[in-house]
Design a protein around this ligand. Structure first.
Ligand SMILES: Cc1cc2nc3c(=O)[nH]c(=O)nc-3n(C[C@H](O)[C@H](O)[C@H](O)COP(=O)(O)O)c2cc1C
Length: 203
């Protein structure tokens, strides 16, 4: 697992009660993502920078073939992927299959998936929506959320960010149902990421 240094990103007007902030900072935070063309990576980077700007430690992990994080070691997990054929990228699904087998084997996934005190997740995607708009991103985000829900994490929110089509699918960035999405996620999208991260810390 890598801890990337990242620059911090501090939001104006995001002050929080100091006692509550100290308690929050004791949490272990994982920033887990898969990105094939770099869009989700921009979002994950902004999540990391915003958390660091608020004084949090965070482990950021870009999913690759050898990834094997122990999700249960973390109290707050941000998990996101680009959308490919209305699902997360294959490497994320392969990792989740592996983790599911592991946690089933260890007896950590129990009937009725009882909640684990203090364990929370936020799941998100970046998507192009070229054919059916946000509808084709929904299954991807629901898929990501299910691992956490099965483990007893409270899924605090589902976030959807627009990401331009790159590589051979680039023309879809102007021909699809969302209109012209070239350059997304752009500065405004990333500001929204920062605001949402700051907001989720108030939950
Ligand atoms: C090969 C390919 C397939 C894609 N399939 C979909 C799709 O089914 N639905 C969708 O909403 N976006 C789709 N997209 C758009 C991506 O989800 C979007 O560009 C996303 O931001 C990519 O994230 P990443 O760069 O982090 O992997 C596709 C993009 C590519 C390159």
């Amino acid at each position: 697992m890598t801890k990337s240094p990242g620059k911090s990103f501090r939001l104006i007007g995001s002050a929080m009660d100091p006692g509550r902030m100290e308690a929050l900072k004791a949490m272990k935070v994982l920033n887990l993502y898969f990105s094939a063309t770099g869009n989700t990576q921009k979002i994950a980077k902004r999540i990391e920078d915003t958390l660091r700007g608020q004084g949090f430690e965070v482990d950021t992990l870009k999913i690759g073939a050898d990834s094997n994080p122990d999700i249960l070691a973390y109290d707050l997990v941000f998990a996101g992927s680009g959308v490919y054929h209305w699902l997360p990228g294959k490497p994320m699904m392969e990792l989740f299959e592996k983790l599911l087998s592991r946690y089933v084997g260890e007896g950590e996934i129990r009937p009725a998936s009882p909640r684990r005190q203090g364990k929370k997740a936020v799941v998100y995607c970046s998507y192009g929506g070229g054919h059916t708009g946000a509808n084709e991103a929904v299954p991807a985000v629901k898929y990501i959320g299910q691992l956490f829900d099965h483990l007893g994490y409270e899924v605090l929110d589902e976030w959807y960010f627009v990401g331009e089509y790159l590589r051979k699918h680039r023309p879809m960035s102007v021909k699809g149902r969302l209109g012209n999405i070239e350059g997304r996620p752009n500065d405004a999208d990333l500001m929204e990421v920062s605001e949402k991260v700051a907001g989720i810390l108030r939950v």
